[in-house]
Design a protein around this ligand. Structure first.
Ligand SMILES: [Zn+2]
Ligand SMILES: [Zn+2]
Length: 104
């Protein structure tokens, strides 16, 4: 089984950073419609960690190397700085079950 390039955990529910990022972006847009610059920052953060790897994203089929937990932690660190009031809610929605969060 392929493992995450950062935490070395086996990736059981592979969703790449760009697919997860899209789910986060639509949530963020709903929460902060007046701050489009946040979406740009999110996009940059996502591109930073788009590491290719041996895993294939179950949604878009692109190769990926970072597990969803590491990606979520990466975005959460940013959110804790930029949007501390939303950081807790973000973690509650996206860290428990990223696939569920995608479905809405
Ligand atoms: Zn990981
Ligand atoms: Zn994907």
């Amino acid at each position: 089984m392929p493992a995450c390039v950062v935490c070395d955990e086996v990736v059981t529910q592979p969703l790449c950073a760009s697919c997860l990022g899209r789910g986060i972006a639509s949530w963020l847009q709903e929460k902060r419609p007046a701050r489009p610059e946040l979406l740009l920052q999110l996009e940059e953060l996502t591109e930073e960690v788009l590491a290719p790897g041996e895993t294939t994203c179950i949604r878009c089929g692109n190769p990926m190397g970072l597990c969803s937990a590491c990606y979520t932690a990466h975005i959460h660190a940013w959110m804790a700085r930029s949007l501390p009031d939303l950081a807790g809610e973000f973690l509650a929605i996206f860290s428990l079950d990223p696939i569920f969060a995608q479905k809405e």
